[in-house]
Design a protein around this ligand. Structure first.
Ligand code: KG4
Ligand code: ZN
Length: 303
């Protein structure tokens, strides 16, 4: 079963051919540049998808002329509507022309699938901490296509908090990679930022308070280095995320934990997990943390 996957949920146009859920035949991705604007402009993003997506598909199919596609798969939600519409319209048009079936893919499920694709023998049920630019969720994963959200952010998403803090320092978009790089040079004990909801009696998160605390601190303390502030911010986020995930894992009696979503690339958060013994942790390859079409085509095999 060979599936052509298409992903345009935000600012990455991506295509991939995957066999039987795990075997990557070929893929490509084109990431848009929204750095100067400090964030993604939805209309601009959709216009860029329109230009690039047909070229990516064309190029991929030319690279593998002997591959016979059995089905198509496309991310349908959640995401930026103008961006999603480009992928969905293209895929359904292409499918109609070729007489092929389309599998609709939930963007969050495809993020979680990254770990399953890399470790098909992973234990079910397991727990996944999904951290991206739009979501922060603790998810009980019963199978590749059955998931239950047990906690979520009440305001900003984890990646969004990194993006907003990066903007305070004029570091461009996306903020996560540059913030975590600069944080490596800083002292994470320099500033004791709040750990919102760390002791709350649920598995929800809140990141807007940390973000505001960072803003206030920057405005009133000019003598602390950017690196120290970023390292302290990152440590606060990592501690809250990991403490609550471990608490959920204990309560739900799940000892396999995966990290997924764009911010799963963060090494400090990964390190925080390793402070906890008696759990099996899975972290995706960096290339499968962010938006991509490999996990879209892979997950579609399970429907
Ligand atoms: O999953 P993704 O590619 O797109 C969404 O579905 O949102 O995630 C993008 C988010 C951005 O907010 C970006 O700043 C964040 O992931 N991110 C990171 C890191 N790399 C990417 N956040 C923290 N640390 C990183 N190393
Ligand atoms: Zn995503």
């Amino acid at each position: 079963m060979i599936i052509l996957g298409i992903e345009t949920s935000c600012d990455d146009s991506a295509v991939a051919l995957v066999k039987n859920g795990t075997e990557v035949i070929g893929s490509s991705i084109s990431s848009q540049m929204h750095s100067s604007a400090g964030g993604v402009i939805p209309e601009k993003a959709s216009r860029m998808h329109i230009e690039i997506l047909p070229l990516l598909v064309d190029d991929l199919l030319k690279r593998f002329p002997d591959v016979k596609i059995d089905k198509l798969a496309v991310t349908t939600n959640p995401g930026l509507i103008p961006s999603l519409l480009v992928g969905v319209s293209f895929t359904y048009g292409f499918a109609r022309a070729k007489g092929l079936e389309v599998i609709d893919i939930n963007h969050l499920y495809s993020h979680v699938y990254a770990n399953i694709l890399e470790h098909p023998d992973i234990e079910f049920p397991h727990l996944s901490l999904l951290i991206s630019g739009g979501h922060t969720q603790i998810i009980k994963v019963m199978s590749p296509i059955e998931m239950e959200v047990i906690g979520t952010t009440l305001d900003d998403a984890c990646g969004e908090a990194f993006d907003k803090v990066a903007r305070m320092f004029g570091l461009g978009y996306p903020g996560g990679p540059i913030v975590s790089k600069l944080a490596l040079e800083g002292n994470e004990k320099a500033v004791n930022f709040p750990r919102p909801m760390i002791h709350s009696n649920d598995y929800n998160f809140s990141f807007s308070g940390i973000k505001t605390a960072v803003k206030r601190f920057i405005d009133s303390n000019k003598d602390v280095s950017k690196e120290d502030i970023l390292a302290s911010f990152e440590a606060a986020v990592a501690e809250v995320l990991v403490k609550k995930t471990i608490k959920a894992a204990k309560e739900y009696k799940l000892n396999t934990i995966t990290l997924s979503g764009g911010a799963a690339a963060n090494l400090r958060i990964r390190e925080e997990f390793y402070k906890h013994e008696n759990f099996k942790f899975y972290f995706p390859a960096i290339s499968l943390c962010g938006d991509n079409a490999i996990t879209v085509a892979g997950l579609a095999y399970h429907y």
